[in-house]
Design a protein around this ligand. Structure first.
Ligand code: ACO
Length: 326
C-alpha cells in the first residue's frame, strides 16, 4: 500500500457576509440568541453562485498553492448535500471548469461528515495505486435548501467550499480513518428530494419542498458523544495519544457541542480550531475551509499531528488522524 499525504489546500466563501442582526430582520431572532446558543456571529451567503462555482474556486486555489497541473488530477471526489443538479455530479462540473480531463469524478453524500468520507475514499484510491493525484472537495450552497421562515435552522448555516489535494508520498500523512453511520436516525437532519410523482401514482400529486429540518436537541446530544468517540477510535491502534495531537479540527456546527466534546475528552478548548463564528455551519465545507484557514494563518507545521472530526445527517460520523507534511 502507498503512503498518502495532503500536498495543498484551498478554500472559497462567497463575498456576502450576513450578520446575526441582519437575520433578525427576516425571522424572529436576535444576535444574543444566535451567539449564545451557537457561537455563530456571521455567515457567508451566496448571491447567485452555485455549489460547483464555489467548489471550482476552492479547487483552483488548491491547484495554485500546490503548483499542480489540472491535467495531473486523476480523481475528483466532491462531498455535498447541495449539488447543482441531480445529474451530472458536482464533481463533473468542477472537472470541466478546471480542465481536469484525466480525472474520474463522483460526489459523496454524507452531509456534514462529507469531507471526512470523501478524503477517506480518495486516500484509499491513492493507497491502492488507482490514483496518483486526487482532488477532494467539500462544497455547499446550503442557503438554497434552507427554509428562510424557520428560525430554528436558517440562522445556523452558511455557504462555502474547501479543497485538499492528496498524493502518494514517502511519508505517511493519512495515519488512520474511522467512519460510521446510523440510518435509523435519518430524520434527525432531513432534507427531502422529490417525492414519487408520475402518471401512475394515485391520489394527491404534490411536489415536496426541499428544505432542511432538524431535531436540534437530538443532534446536539449525538454530536457531543460522537466527537469524543470518533477521536478515541481514530487514535486506537496507533502509537499516538491525545497529547500528541496539536489541533482537533471539528465540524463547525455549534460552539456548545465542541465545548461538551472537550469536556468529555478532558482537554482544553485551545486544542480545537474554531472559525464557526465567521462562517456558521457550511456542512461538508467546514473542515476543508478550516484546514485552509489554518494554513493561511501559519498554524500548521510539518510534522504536526491533527485530527479532523465530523458528524452530520444520515446520521454519519467519522475522524481522520493526519500528519501534516507540507
Ligand atoms: N431565535 C430565537 N429563538 C429561537 C431560535 C432563534 N433563531 N430558534 C429557536 N428558538 C426558540 C425555540 O422556538 C424555543 O422556544 P420555545 O421555548 O418558546 O419553544 C427556544 O428558542 C429554545 O429552543 P431549543 O431548540 O430548545 O434551543 P436549544 O438551546 O436546543 O438550541 C440549537 C437550539 C442551537 C439548534 C441546539 O439544539 C443545537 O445546537 N443543536 C445541535 C444542532 C446543530 O448544531 N445542528 C447543526 C449541525 S447538523 C449538521 O451539521 C449536519
Amino acid at each position: 500500500m502507498n503512503n498518502v499525504k495532503i500536498v495543498a489546500t484551498g478554500s472559497y466563501a462567497p463575498e456576502r457576509s450576513v450578520k446575526n442582526s441582519e437575520l433578525s430582520l427576516i425571522v424572529d431572532t436576535s444576535d444574543e440568541w444566535i451567539s449564545s446558543r451557537s457561537g455563530i456571529k456571521e455567515r457567508r451567503i451566496s448571491t447567485g453562485e452555485n455549489t460547483s462555482e464555489l467548489a471550482t474556486k476552492a479547487a483552483l486555489k488548491a491547484l495554485k498553492n500546490g503548483n499542480i497541473d489540472p491535467l495531473d488530477i486523476d480523481l475528483i471526489v466532491l462531498a455535498t448535500t447541495s449539488p447543482d443538479t441531480f445529474t451530472p455530479s458536482t464533481a463533473c462540473l468542477v472537472q470541466a471548469a478546471i480542465g481536469a480531463e484525466n480525472a474520474t469524478c463522483f460526489d459523496v453524500s454524507a452531509a456534514c461528515s462529507g469531507f471526512i468520507f470523501a478524503l477517506n475514499t480518495a486516500s484509499k484510491f491513492v493507497m491502492t495505486g488507482s490514483s496518483k493525484t486526487a482532488l477532494v472537495i467539500g462544497a455547499e450552497v446550503l442557503s438554497k435548501i434552507l427554509n428562510w421562515e424557520d428560525r430554528s435552522t436558517c440562522v445556523l448555516f452558511g455557504d462555502g467550499a474547501g479543497a485538499a489535494i492528496i498524493q502518494k508520498s514517502e511519508e505517511n500523512g493519512i495515519i488512520s480513518c474511522y467512519t460510521g453511520s446510523d440510518g435509523t436516525k435519518a430524520k434527525a437532519i432531513y432534507c427531502p428530494a422529490t417525492g414519487v410523482v408520475n402518471p401512475y401514482v394515485e391520489g394527491k400529486k404534490e411536489r415536496v419542498n426541499s428544505f432542511v429540518s432538524m431535531q436540534g436537541k437530538e443532534v446536539f446530544k449525538f454530536a457531543a458523544k460522537i466527537i469524543p468517540k470518533s477521536v478515541e477510535e481514530v487514535l486506537k491502534d496507533t502509537k499516538y495519544t491525545i497529547e500528541d495531537i496539536k489541533y482537533i479540527v471539528p465540524h463547525q456546527a455549534n460552539i456548545r457541542i465542541i465545548e461538551a466534546a472537550a469536556k468529555r475528552l478532558e482537554i482544553g478548548m485551545d486544542k480545537f480550531f474554531i472559525n464557526l463564528d465567521k462562517y456558521g455551519n457550511t456542512s461538508a465545507a467546514t473542515i476543508p475551509l478550516a484546514l485552509d484557514e489554518m494554513v493561511k494563518d501559519g498554524l500548521l507545521e510539518k510534522g504536526d499531528k491533527i485530527i479532523i472530526v465530523g458528524f452530520g445527517g444520515g446520521l454519519t460520523y467519522g475522524a481522520i488522524l493526519i500528519e501534516w507534511l507540507i
